[in-house]
Design a protein around this ligand. Structure first.
Ligand code: GLC
Length: 553
């Protein structure tokens, strides 16, 4: 495997709207980010991914871009962005941005021109299609609910949107549009961007016949992903994208790619893959309900562990995946993957240990490094996220009462990750002097960066140590992954191997103590990190609840 500049790097995702507000409008901004670069650097981060900061009406929190060449006023100016790039560079950190090119905003000039002339050139930047017998062209349900087709006013046509109706899909079959997107990508790379996180990219290839599929819900529609899954030919589009943009700049690219076939991994992230890496969402997908969040299954420890193990084993044959516990679309990992009894500092450190030391590129989501947790939502009105509100009504329509529908949203809402970063224990968590755009988790009194920076035993300092270890030891970057105790009910343990070196990670996820036999080859090994205070690691040992340790030889 050829070494790449990003193999030993660690990334941190910033959700700008909720990171730090510097001007009192209740919305995080670039100035806020700049002022915290030293904090991020102190954690040991090399790559910062900014969720979208482009000009946008924020129907989907900036994932609806109305100008790819402008910074959202709420966040600041292009000069401030340039300053951010320069300040990051000074600290030897790289910035990557979100690249949202499956769709744009309905306020983008291309779409406005398309609506103004539905037979003209710009209509072909989108999918404008005639309806069928007074109905939309096909029976697809969008990811955010309702039909994927929205009428084009004054015509008998509809336009396609896989997400909200304010996010019309871009027509990747149109070479003029493709070239415009490539030019834009290169413009940002020329500016000094290190790469991109690429949004919803599996959706760019459509079946141009737009066939109907069997209905899979009471609304008589069929999830639009079924068309995406059944169509071939995305590879050519992705290859074209890479060759015309990323490749020339050695850009680091991480794609949001769901529903990938194992057999396709090599094409995506192999030596000459379309992307540097893709996120491993396999553990997150365990929550996928048949009909929505309301029938989302609980995640059992064994299933979760087996899922991670399997994806590690598959991916290491091919390349690197990006490992996450949470992101801006997911509830907080501590609230999701840890049982209630383990949602404390030791349990949080244990979860971090398992995740950061896996083979792959770790992506830490803002607040993860201090153990932020889901908020408690008292009413659906407290949510801001378009997806959460849709899921609430899906649950109600399926017959759930208000309390149960709300409970489903509390568990799964994307807003759990979007509550403001908890900088300190004050009323507004040190996030803003104004009115925050979304509620602040009142547990900021107990969980906040200020107190953890002062405490060497904190979750923050533990993450800092894990990250430093990954930089010190090549085995954590390149070592082969080998699972241990796969049948055990309590322990998640794995080995990493690089030539003669060995690394052993052992965690007890249960509320009871657990026995573990330290392999003989670890006799005389060094303990690199532990969340408790064990000194002797030999023979049969008894792990305390949520104890984690890492041995190296
Ligand atoms: C991706 C983003 C998500 C957004 C969607 C539509 O899944 O991560 O936040 O809503 O794409 O752009």
């Amino acid at each position: 495997m050829t070494e790449k500049w990003w193999h030993d790097k660690i990334a941190y995702q910033i959700y700008p709207k909720s990171f730090l507000d510097s001007n009192g409008d209740g919305i995080g901004d670039l100035r806020g980010i700049i002022s915290k670069l030293d904090y991020i650097k102190a954690l040991g981060i090399d790559i910062i991914w900014l969720s979208p900061i482009y000009k946008s009406p924020f129907v989907d929190q900036g994932y609806d871009i109305s100008d790819y060449y402008a910074i959202a006023e709420e966040f600041g100016t292009m000069e401030e962005f340039d300053e951010l790039l320069a300040e990051a560079k000074k600290r030897n950190m790289h910035i990557i941005m979100d690249l949202v090119i499956n769709h744009c905003s309905d306020q983008h000039e291309w779409f406005r021109k398309a609506l103004a002339d539905p037979d003209g050139e710009y209509a072909d930047y989108f999918y404008f299609r005639e309806g069928k017998n007074g109905n939309p062209p096909s029976n697809y349900r969008s990811y955010f609910g309702g039909s994927c087709w929205e009428p084009v006013p004054g015509t008998d046509k509809y336009y396609l949107h896989m997400f909200a109706k304010e996010q019309p899909d871009l027509n990747w079959e149109n070479p003029i549009l493709r070239q415009k997107l490539f030019d834009m990508v290169n413009w940002w790379l020329e500016k000094g961007l290190a790469g991109f996180r690429i949004d919803a990219i599996m959706n760019i290839k459509k079946d141009l016949d737009f066939p109907d599929f069997g209905p899979d819900g009471p609304d008589g529609l069929s999830g639009c992903w079924r068309m995406i899954e059944s169509v071939d030919g995305i590879g050519e589009l992705l290859d074209d994208l890479k060759k015309n943009t990323f490749e020339k700049y050695e850009a680091f690219t991480v794609a949001e790619a769901f529903n990938l076939n194992k057999s396709e991994l090599n094409k995506f992230i192999g030596e000459n893959g379309y992307f540097s890496t893709i996120f491993d969402f396999s553990a997150q997908c365990l929550s996928d309900g048949k009909h929505g969040w309301y029938d989302s299954p609980d995640i059992t420890f064994k299933k979760w562990r087996e899922t991670i193990i399997n994806s590690q084993l598959d991916v290491q044959k091919v390349g690197f995946e990006a490992n996450i516990i949470e992101n801006h679309d997911e509830p907080r990992g501590v609230s999701r993957f840890l049982p209630e009894y383990a949602r404390n500092a030791d349990g949080t450190k244990m979860l971090g240990t398992i995740s950061v030391l896996l083979r792959g590129i770790p992506f830490i989501y803002q607040g993860q490094e201090i153990g932020m947790q889901n908020a408690i939502w008292k009413s659906v009105d407290e949510f801001n996220d378009i997806n959460t509100i849709d899921q609430y009504y899906i649950a109600r329509k399926a017959g759930l009462n208000n309390k149960d529908a709300l409970a489903a949203c509390c568990k799964m809402s994307r807003d759990n990750a979007r509550t403001p970063m908890q900088w300190d224990g004050s009323e507004k968590a040190g996030f803003t002097d104004g009115e925050p755009w979304i509620k602040i988790n009142p547990n900021c009194k107990e969980i906040n960066a200020a107190s953890q920076l002062d405490d060497l035993d904190s979750i923050f300092h533990y993450y800092q140590k894990l990250i430093a270890l990954r930089k010190e030891k090549d085995i954590i970057v390149y070592g082969e992954f080998e699972p241990l105790c796969r049948e055990d009910d309590q322990i998640f343990a794995y080995m990493r191997k690089l030539d003669e070196e060995r690394l052993l990670t052992v965690c007890n996820f249960s509320e009871q103590s657990a026995e573990f036999e330290v392999p003989a080859e670890f006799e005389g090994s060094q303990c690199l990190i532990t969340n408790l205070d064990r000194k002797v690691f030999k023979g049969k040992i008894v792990l305390k609840p949520y104890e984690a340790f890492v041995l190296y030889k």
